[in-house]
Design a protein around this ligand. Structure first.
Ligand code: ADP
Ligand code: MG
Length: 684
């Protein structure tokens, strides 16, 4: 990977480390580090329009003198602002210099947040502008980034500005005529305007272009790989065996009708004359994992290797443990599982790599470390990817670079409506596990405001007293200047104050070291941690049946489909489970969306509604590492662009099915680059 951040002026070793913490290593990474939100410089309003708790911009006169009192620890500057509509108190802490800057009677623009102190509205720490100074800012949107301690928005903005202007700016992969025909802005305009929009409309156009790129490269890649798979010979026709039947009969539960059907699809594929390329969709908790295990067992019994890839370390480890238990409890001595993740010690890794290369290990479970170059399989016949809806494109490429193509199975809980699925995956075979195990008790939901928190905590405590565990989800990792949402670090502290000492509370997020992440997850799944406070890292696949409460802070920040995924972490066992959505910001639209969610536990229904409810462009939430497929695009919100990208991809591939024409090198690169990026993001 390019490591050229230091080429930027004023970026020293210390800042570089901070950027690394955010997963940014190159100028390109920085260009694609999209803002999490924007600061708006609105048209100034009047004093009477100021509302409690809301960011506001007002034009007002100083209605009194400016006083400076020195408290014990900080200097306090206070004054009164007024216009024809009313008066408002203003205070600043630790900004003593303002006293000499602010002139009584003069007019300024104040930008800040008002809160209520002793019954009166007060605007605190407002930014102050001379009207002439504010004029050019008006209507502008300034980017607000996800930050880490020690890094300020100002620094990131400065570095992004430089990056936009630097020699490392990537070429536009879309030829100008194509781009104009599709009505898209150039890559340069798109990246400049996404970071520093001149107005909301330009930002929208910028976003459209980048979303197009994401869809377009994805669809191209899927189509190409599908084609390569079709043309490839099936070197691994497996023989049916009775072992899987025996395994099924000995399971502690009986398979649902839907599981049986999908298993038969898979079995038929594996034992057929052509290579399998199948997507298995099934709502969270529908029991997809066991299907993967069965497929692995069948493959191994035929003398080949099978690999199961998960998008996160946490999930890979969990699968490995579940698989090991499965092997032991069923006495399946012919199965030799091995774990491989990026965070393992070199010695362990070498041992795993050796066992894989020599064929001693026949069931390989891991993260995308599995498709790194150093790994070579003896006879890989089946590659399974769990919890991602991108078809195993890259896997197929990487896994098969030196050998024959394996069968590919992709498992996803993301309910993609059929129409969109067809565009994304073309003619990929799809099976749906459309039935829940019979012993499931439906999750009880409630949607509440922040004032209800103490009740929620007391409710959690009761569940803990009954021996259960709880998840709490926050959108942010740590406090981040300019972003208003709960964060995992501070929230954990807050909960520690509320709950008695014997309740073990631990934070989990994607920026933690892998070993630490594993250890936290381990401790939660073994019941040593009672409350797990996490970002959306736990969104995918985590299975701790003893957890019965899911509390989601700032539920308005997430899309319906994502919330549904999060909720799927509970209700996985035989206990009644609960999901509490806390709405941090109330407006009619988000309330309507969240009410839908509280009213239904059906993922496919919700995905359809998500699509119907969200108009283009009305969702620009705080994206977190939980989102695996695209970084900006949203299949529901951007379905129009998805169709456009699908048509364009088909158009190009009709002439040049494998993108080998010289004029198409840029597309090829686009495909490679985007997949590379996804891979990086995936190793959470
Ligand atoms: P997902 O489809 O979300 O990946 P999992 O495969 O993790 O779901 O299954 C969720 C839980 O349901 C697991 O604890 C699993 O053992 C259990 N399970 C799977 N199939 C059945 C079944 N037919 N009856 C009862 N429990 C099942
Ligand atoms: Mg799963």
């Amino acid at each position: 990977m390019e490591n050229n951040l230091r080429e930027l002026k004023g970026l020293g070793a210390k800042t570089e480390q901070l950027f690394h913490k955010l997963g940014l290593y190159s100028v390109r990474d920085l260009l694609y580090f999209y803002p999490a939100a924007y600061e708006e410089y609105e048209e100034p309003g009047q004093v009477c329009q100021v509302m409690e708790g809301k960011q506001c911009v007002i034009r007002a006169r100083l209605g009194s003198g400016v006083s400076l009192t020195s408290g014990k620890t900080k200097a306090v500057v206070s004054t009164v602002l007024q216009d024809s509509s009313g008066r408002l108190d203003a205070v600043w802490f630790n900004m003593g210099y303002l006293r000499s800057r602010l002139r009584p009677g003069r007019e300024y623009i104040f930008r800040g947040r008002a809160s209520r102190k002793n019954g009166r509205l007060v605007i605190e720490q407002a930014q102050v502008y001379d009207p002439a100074e504010y004029e050019p800012l008006k209507g502008k949107l300034l980017p607000v980034y996800h930050l880490t301690k020690g890094l300020s928005n100002k620094t990131v903005r400065r570095m992004v500005t430089q990056a936009l202007d630097s020699a490392f700016f990537p070429d536009d992969p879309l030829p100008e005529d194509t781009r104009l025909r599709l009505g898209l802005v150039s890559l340069r305009t798109a990246l400049c305007q996404l970071h520093f929009p001149s107005d909301a409309d330009s930002r929208q156009k910028a976003r459209q272009r980048l979303v197009f790129d994401e869809f377009f490269s994805f669809i191209l890649a899927v189509r190409i790989c599908r084609r390569m798979g079709e043309e490839a010979e099936n070197h691994f026709p497996l023989k049916l065996s009775w072992t899987t039947e025996r395994i099924i009969n000995r399971l502690p539960f009986s398979l649902t009708k839907a599981q049986q059907n999908v298993w038969h699809d898979i079995e038929r594929n594996l034992c057929g004359s052509r290579l399998m390329a199948r997507l298995v969709q099934g709502d969270v908790g529908s029991g997809k994992t066991i299907l993967a295990f069965l497929a692995m067992a069948l493959t191994a019994e035929n003398g080949y290797q099978a690999a199961l890839m998960a998008p996160t370390q946490v999930l890979a480890r969990q699968h490995f443990e579940a698989f090991t238990t499965f092997v032991q409890s069923q006495g399946l001595t012919f199965l030799h599982p091995v774990l491989l993740t990026g965070s393992m010690k070199q010695k362990e890794k070498n041992e795993a790599l050796r066992a894989i290369a020599e064929g001693e290990a026949n069931c390989i479970i891991g993260t995308h470390a599995l498709i790194r170059k150093e790994i070579s399989f003896k006879a890989l016949a089946l590659a399974i990817t769990d919890e991602q809806h991108r078809f195993g494109v890259r896997q197929r490429q990487a896994l098969s670079s030196s050998q024959a193509f394996p069968h590919v199975l992709v498992m996803s809980a993301t309910p993609i409506p059929r129409t969109l699925g067809l565009i994304l995956y073309g003619d990929l075979d799809i099976s749906v596990v459309d039935e829940m195990p019979a012993d499931r008790i439906p999750i009880k939901n409630c949607l509440v405001g922040t004032a209800w928190r103490p009740n929620a905590y007391r409710f959690i405590q009761k569940q803990l007293e009954e021996g259960h565990q709880a998840y709490v989800i926050c959108p942010l990792v740590e406090e981040s200047e300019g972003l208003e949402a709960e964060n995992v670090m501070d929230y954990s502290e807050k909960l520690r104050e509320f709950f008695p000492e014997n309740i073990h509370i631990r934070p989990l997020h994607g920026r933690m070291k892998d070993e630490e992440k594993n250890e936290v997850m381990q401790s939660f799944s073994q019941g040593q941690t009672d409350i797990l406070v996490s970002t959306t890292v736990v969104e995918v696949g985590v299975n701790v049946p003893n957890a019965t409460v899911m509390l989601i802070e700032n539920a308005e920040r997430f899309g319906l489909a994502q919330l549904h995924q999060l909720r799927g972490r509970v209700g996985r066992g035989k206990y009644q489970s609960y999901c509490i959505f806390i709405q941090g910001k109330e407006d009619e639209e988000t309330s309507a969306r969240l009410k839908l969610l509280a009213g239904s536990n059906d993922g496919f229904y919700l995905a359809g509604e998500d699509l119907r409810l969200r108009g283009p462009g009305d969702f620009f939430g705080l994206r977190q590492s939980g989102e695996l497929l695209f970084s900006l695009a949203d299949i529901y919100q951007d379905s129009d662009i998805l169709s456009l990208a699908g048509r364009e991809a088909d158009f190009i591939l009709k002439e040049d099915p494998l993108l080998t024409a010289p004029g198409h090198t840029a597309f090829r690169q686009l495909v490679d680059h985007q997949l590379e990026g996804q891979l990086e993001r995936m190793e959470l």
